[in-house]
Design a protein around this ligand. Structure first.
Ligand code: ZN
Length: 310
């Protein structure tokens, strides 16, 4: 095989709401017990992963700029996807993202943000916030002004293995006790809608109520789950979502299977267990990118993986 798997090295971001679970779960050398985010496959300027292996010395961003052939000559200024693991010990603020059109007009030409979450682990009784309970934008505004947050936010119980697509305009928050793998558009325009009245260094963090009310989808319509499962020899492969920006799959491997997608590149994250991919030993917490033309990955072992492609 000519092409070689790309090996980005994860970067970590400390957050007030973060924890230390990523050390236990994946053996990561995290900077502190408040580590909220692992940027596992990222070429974003706020965390551009250095490459391991034969591309050592480069970053994913420099490969994107200088070796576009690795990504099938895909067009665009930035590598389109960002894969993160989030460890929320505390609740994250309730937020909403604009779509491309609103972001282009109001955020200096930025992209909007569509994201999705695969629940890696959560404590019993964990919930997330996804959507709201208002029928009209007037009602939403009135409830915000009256501070009736409990009634207005739609909070749902979660379990390990759940998956949520978060479209632009969807009000959302990860709550404490939850670790997720996030696949998202490589963008960072976030409007903070509600922060539980918390203080940071004695002051509330800024909110973006007007922007949130402008971009929120009203009424909220839950995504129909679209799981579609197929058996590929030793693996059960489930497509979790297919949208304008990405497709995301979960694979449970027990034995051997050849898996591949004929796409400009494929992101690979091992989320549990261990095994081999084309002779490379991998275990939970490892992340790879199969470049353009790589073909099928020959996998062995007992592990779960998340794949994504544009
Ligand atoms: Zn978000």
């Amino acid at each position: 095989m000519g092409a070689e798997l790309l090996r980005p090295r994860p970067l970590f971001h400390e957050k007030i709401w973060g924890g230390e679970r990523m050390r236990r779960a994946y053996g990561y050398d995290i900077p502190s017990n408040h580590t909220g985010e692992c940027w596992a496959i990222s070429a974003h300027p706020n965390g551009d992963c250095p490459m391991l292996g034969s591309w050592e010395g480069q970053t994913l961003g420099s490969l994107w700029r200088g070796h576009r052939e690795l990504f099938g000559g895909l067009e665009g200024e930035s590598f389109p996807l960002l894969i993160k693991i989030l460890d929320a010990r505390e609740d994250l603020s309730v937020q909403v993202h604009p779509d491309d059109e609103y972001a282009a007009a109001h955020e200096h030409g930025s992209l909007g943000k569509t994201e999705c979450w695969y629940v890696l682990d959560c404590e019993p009784g964990s919930t997330i916030i996804i959507g709201h309970n208002c029928a009209t934008r007037e009602e939403l505004r009135a409830m915000v002004e009256a501070g009736r947050w409990q009634e207005l936010l739609r909070e749902v119980p979660i379990r390990q293995g759940d998956f949520f697509q978060i479209d632009p305009g969807c009000i959302h928050a990860i709550k404490g006790g939850t670790m997720i793998l996030e696949t998202q558009q490589s963008s960072d325009v976030t409007y903070r809608f509600y922060d539980y009245g918390r203080l940071e260094n004695g002051r509330p963090r800024p909110l973006h109520i007007e922007q949130s009310l402008a971009v929120a989808t009203v009424p909220f319509v839950p995504h129909e789950p679209e799981r579609e499962t197929r058996r590929v020899s030793g693996a059960e492969v489930t497509r979790l979502v297919r949208c304008k920006y990405y497709s995301v799959y979960h694979a449970a491997l027990d034995g051997a299977a050849k898996l591949g997608w004929d796409r400009p590149f494929v992101d690979v994250s091992v989320i549990s267990g261990d095994g081999e991919i084309d002779g490379l030993e991998v275990r939970a917490g490892d992340h790879l990118v199969a470049p353009a033309g790589y073909g099928e990955m020959d996998m062995h072992g007992k592990m779960e993986l998340i794949f994504s492609h544009v």
